[in-house]
Design a protein around this ligand. Structure first.
Ligand SMILES: Nc1ncnc2c1ncn2[C@@H]1O[C@H](COP(=O)(O)OP(=O)(O)O)[C@@H](O)[C@H]1O
Ligand SMILES: [Mg+2]
Length: 257
C-alpha cells in the first residue's frame, strides 16, 4: 500500500489562551508500496507525531495523509504501529500478548491460534510461548512486540524507534532479522529512528527532518543492494551515506542564529 503525506502541518493545542505548539510544518513524503522509509530527525522534532498522523491517531491541522489514495481518518487493520517500549501485558504470556491485538479485532478460534503460532515463530520465540514478560530479556520483549504487530498482518508497519532501548549487539541482530522477515512480505514500512547507521542499513529512502516545527530537509535514496549482510556496514557506500546524513543533521538550521 502507498502512503502519501502531502503538505502536512500539525499543532498540539495548548488551550485557546496559549495558542498551539507547531510540531510539523508542511511535511511532504510519498511512499511507494513495499518501500522501507526511515524517518531520521533530532529528538522532539515531531517523528512520533508524524507516525501517529499516518496511523490516524491524530488528524493534520493542515494538509492530507492518504493510504492508497484514500484519506486516513482513524486507525485501521491495514496499519500497525510498533512502539519503542513494548508495553506488554505482564499477566499474559508471550502467546497471550501476541493474541491480544487479534482478539481486539474480533479474530478467534483456529485462525487466532495459527496466526499467533506463526508470528511467534517468525520472530524466533518458538519454545517461549508460555513465558511471562518479566522472564524475557529486553530483546525478547521487543520480539514479542513485533510479533504482536505481525500477527495483525498489516500492509503498513509504522515503527517508532523500535530498537532504541536495546544494547548495540541486540539492536544489530534485530535489524537483520527484521529485514529478512519483512522484505519477504513486501510490507510498506515507515521506520522512525535517531540512529543514522540503523537508517542507512535498513532503508530504501531516508527522510531527514529538521528541528521542530519539522520539515523534510532532504530525502536520500540508499542505493545499497539487498539482501544486506552485516558487512554492508564496513562498505565505503555505507560510510558515504553515514557522513552525508550526519552533516545534514548537524548542519545549522536555515534562519537560525
Ligand atoms: N500530546 C501532546 N501534547 C502536547 N505536546 C506534545 C504532545 N506529544 C508531543 N508533544 C510535543 O510535540 C513535540 C514533538 O513530539 P514528538 O513527536 O514526540 O517528537 P519526537 O518523536 O521526534 O521526539 C515535542 O515538543 C513534544 O513535547
Ligand atoms: Mg518519538
Amino acid at each position: 500500500m502507498s502512503v502519501s503525506i502531502d503538505s502536512v502541518s500539525f499543532e498540539y493545542g495548548l488551550g485557546a489562551a496559549k495558542g498551539g505548539l507547531p510540531v510539523l510544518d508542511g511535511v511532504t513524503l510519498s511512499i511507494e508500496p513495499g518501500a522501507f522509509v526511515a524517518v531520521l530527525g533530532p529528538s522532539g522534532c515531531g517523528k512520533t507525531t508524524l507516525l501517529k498522523l499516518v496511523d490516524g491517531l491524530l488528524v493534520p491541522t493542515k494538509g492530507r495523509v492518504e493510504v492508497n489514495g484514500a484519506p486516513v481518518r482513524a486507525p485501521s487493520p491495514e496499519k500497525a504501529m510498533v512502539f519503542q517500549h513494548p508495553s506488554l501485558l505482564p499477566w499474559r504470556t508471550v502467546d497471550g500478548n501476541v493474541a491480544y491485538g487479534l482478539e481486539l479485532t474480533g479474530v478467534g478460534g483456529e485462525l487466532l491460534k495459527s496466526r499467533v503460532k506463526s508470528s511467534v515463530e517468525l520472530v524466533g520465540l518458538g519454545g517461549f510461548e508460555s513465558y511471562f514478560p518479566h522472564a524475557l530479556s529486553g530483546g525478547m520483549q521487543q520480539r514479542v512486540n513485533i510479533a504482536r504487530a505481525a500477527a495483525l498482518d498489516p500492509q503498513i508497519l509504522l515503527m517508532d524507534e523500535p530498537f532504541g532501548s536495546l544494547d548495540a549487539q541486540t539492536r544489530e541482530d534485530l535489524q537483520m532479522e527484521f529485514l529478512s522477515i519483512f522484505r519477504k512480505t513486501r510490507k510498506t514500512v515507515v521506520f522512525v529512528t535517531h540512529d543514522i547507521a540503523e537508517a542507512v542499513f535498513m532503508s530504501d529512502f531516508v527522510a531527514v527532518l529538521s528541528q521542530r516545527p519539522a520539515k523534510v530537509k532532504e530525502l536520500v535514496k540508499i542505493d545499497i543492494p539487498r539482501p544486506r549482510a552485516p558487512e554492508v556496514r564496513d562498505s565505503s557506500a555505507f560510510a558515504g551515506y553515514y557522513r552525508r546524513l550526519w552533516s545534514m543533521l548537524h548542519r545549522p538550521e536555515e534562519g537560525a542564529t
